[in-house]
Design a protein around this ligand. Structure first.
Ligand code: FAD
Ligand code: NAD
Length: 405
C-alpha cells in the first residue's frame, strides 16, 4: 500500500517544528514527509529587525534547512507555493507544478498589512524576510553616503510607521546603529532624525503602561522622536503623509520609510479561497481548517481566539512553535487511524521586547522585567527557539552568547 504523503508548506517556526517532530515521531514506513520552502534556508523572523538596522548581518539570522532535517526521512523541495486546491488535494508550486498530498500543513507566515494606504507598497520598506532586511540596511547606508555628497537633510531622516513590537524593536536597534553609521560616514549625529509615527494613543497598545514608558524614555534618549496618536495616510517618493487634526494632513519628508504597522496572513490563504480574516484562517480547536479534515493551519496564517478576552491571540513565534508540536502529534494520531485529536491550548510564557541588544522590557511568567535582565532573557528565548528546532549543534552555531551585554 502507498504511504500517505504529508506536505508541510513553509520552513519557518511552525513548519520546522512540525517537520522536526514528525521525523522523530514517525517510522519510515508511516508516511512520506515533504517540506516546501521558497529558500533553502530558514530565517529567524524574530531577528529581522536586527538585520534591517544592520546590527546583525543577513547571514547571522539564517541557517540551512538541510542542517536540521533528516534527508533520509524528509524530502525537501525548494519552490514557491502559489495556491492550495483543497478539493483536488494538491498544491500548485511555481517550478514543480502540482504536488498532491494526503495531509497538508500550511505554515507560510505573514505578509505586511498596508490597509490599502496609498504609496506604501511602492515607497516604504517592510521588515519581512532576509531580502527586505538587506534592502533596508543598504538603503540607510546609501542615504548616509549620499548625504555627504548632496547635503540633503531629509536623507538622514528615518520614519518608522507603527510603534507595535516590530516598530519598537527596530527603533531599539537603530538607536544603537545610528551612532556607528555617523562615525563611519563622518555625519554629525545631530543631523539625524528618527521619527516613529503611531496611530493609537500609546506606543505598544495594550502592553503594560509602566514598561511602555520605560521603552519610550530609553528610545527618546537614543534620539527617537515619537508622533503618537498620528495615523499615516500615505507614502510618497519624498516621505509620508500623516493625519493632522480632524481633516487636515501634513507631509513628513524622509529618505527612508519603514512600514512596521501590522501583518496579515500569507496571500495564498485568500488566493486559495479559504474563508479568512486578514489572511488568517480561524482554525478548529485541533488546528484544522474548518471543513477540511486533512488540512492543518499554523503560525501567522492561523487565527486562534483567546477565550478569556474573546479576541485573537497576536501572531507570534511562540504560538507558531507550540502549534507545530501539536500538529506533528495530531498527524501521528491520524496515521494510526485515531480520530480523537488533541486540542490546542496556548501556554503563554510571556513577552519580551528588545530595545537594542543591551536593553529590553518584558512580562515573563506574569513578572515585569527591564534592562539587562530582560535583555538576557530575550537572548535566552532566541537561543531556546534554536534549541527546540536544531538542538545543541544549531544553538552553538547560531546562538546569542553575548548574554550579559
Ligand atoms: P515564519 O517563521 O515567518 O515562516 C514562514 C516561512 O514560509 C518562511 O520560511 C518563508 O520563506 C516561507 N514562505 C512564505 N511564502 C512562501 C511561499 N509562497 N512558498 C514557499 N515558502 C514560503 N514573535 C515572538 O514570539 N517573539 C518575538 O520576539 C518576535 N519578534 C519578532 C520580530 C520581528 C521583526 C517580526 C517581524 C516578528 C516577530 N515575531 C515575534 C513574530 C514571529 O516572527 C512570527 O509570528 C513567526 O515568525 C510566525 O511563524 P510562522 O511559522 O507562521 O512563519
Ligand atoms: P502590531 O499589529 O502588533 O502593531 C502595529 C502598530 O501599528 C500598532 O500599534 C498600530 O496601532 C500601528 N498602526 C496601524 N496602522 C497605522 C497607521 N496607519 N499609522 C500609524 N500607525 C499605525 O504589528 P507588529 O508590531 O508588526 O507585530 C506583528 C506581530 O508580531 C504581533 O503579533 C506581535 O506581537 C509580534 N511581534 C512580537 C515581538 C515580541 O514578542 N518581542 C516582536 C515583534 C513582533
Amino acid at each position: 500500500m502507498k504511504k500517505p504523503t504529508i506536505v508541510v508548506l513553509g520552513a519557518g517556526y511552525g513548519g520546522l517544528m512540525t517537520v522536526t517532530r514528525l521525523q522523530k515521531q514517525l517510522g519510515s514506513n508511516d508516511a512520506e514527509i515533504i517540506l516546501v520552502n521558497k529558500n533553502d534556508y530558514h530565517y529567524e523572523t524574530t531577528w529581522l529587525h536586527e538585520a534591517s538596522a544592520g546590527t546583525l548581518g543577513p547571514n547571522d539570522v539564517r541557517y540551512d534547512i538541510s542542517s536540521v532535517i533528516d534527508s533520509g526521512r524528509v524530502r525537501f523541495i525548494q519552490d514557491t507555493a502559489l495556491k492550495v486546491e483543497p478539493e483536488a488535494k494538491k498544491v500548485l508550486l511555481e517550478k514543480t507544478g502540482d504536488l498532491p498530498y494526503d495531509y497538508l500543513v500550511i505554515a507560510l507566515g505573514a505578509a505586511p498589512e498596508t490597509f490599502g494606504i496609498e504609496g506604501l507598497d511602492k515607497y516604504a520598506f517592510s521588515i519581512t524576510n532576509v531580502n527586505t532586511a538587506r534592502q533596508i540596511r543598504e538603503h540607510i547606508e546609501y542615504q548616509f553616503a549620499t548625504y555627504k555628497v548632496d547635503k540633503k537633510p531629509e536623507r538622514l531622516r528615518i520614519v518608522v510607521g507603527g510603534a507595535g513590537f516590530t516598530g519598537i524593536e527596530f527603533l531599539g536597534e537603530l538607536g544603537n546603529r545610528v551612532p556607528e553609521l555617523c562615525k563611519e560616514y563622518d555625519v554629525d549625529i545631530h543631523m539625524v532624525k528618527i521619527i516613529c509615527v503611531e496611530a493609537a494613543p500609546t506606543a505598544l497598545p495594550g502592553f503594560d503602561p509602566e514598561l511602555v514608558d520605560y521603552a519610550m524614555e530609553l528610545l527618546k534618549r537614543k534620539n527617537v522622536e515619537f508622533r503618537i496618536g498620528t495615523a499615516i495616510k500615505g507614502a510618497t517618493p519624498e516621505g509620508i503623509i500623516v493625519a493632522k487634526g480632524e481633516d487636515d494632513t501634513e507631509e513628513i519628508k524622509a529618505g527612508t520609510v519603514v512600514w512596521a504597522a501590522g501583518v496579515r496572513g500569507n496571500p495564498i490563504i485568500t488566493e486559495s479561497g479559504f474563508e479568512n480574516m486578514r489572511g488568517r484562517i480561524k482554525v478548529e480547536p485541533d488546528l484544522r481548517a474548518p471543513g477540511y479534515s486533512d488540512i492543518f493551519v499554523i503560525g501567522d496564517c492561523s487565527l486562534v481566539i483567546n477565550e478569556e478576552i474573546n479576541r485573537p491571540y497576536p501572531p507570534t513565534a511562540q504560538i507558531a512553535m507550540q502549534q507545530g508540536e501539536l500538529t506533528a502529534s495530531n498527524l501521528a494520531k491520524l496515521l494510526q487511524g485515531k480520530s480523537n485529536l488533541d486540542t490546542f491550548t496556548f501556554d503563554n510564557k510571556g513577552t519580551v521586547c528588545s530595545l537594542g541588544d543591551d536593553d529590553a522590557i518584558g512580562v515573563v511568567f506574569g513578572k515585569k522585567v527591564t534592562g539587562k535582565r530582560a535583555s538576557f532573557m530575550k537572548k535566552m528565548i532566541d537561543n531556546r527557539a534554536l534549541y527546540m528546532i536544531g538542538g545543541i549543534p544549531l544553538t552553538l552555531k547560531k546562538g546569542k552568547f553575548n548574554l550579559l551585554k
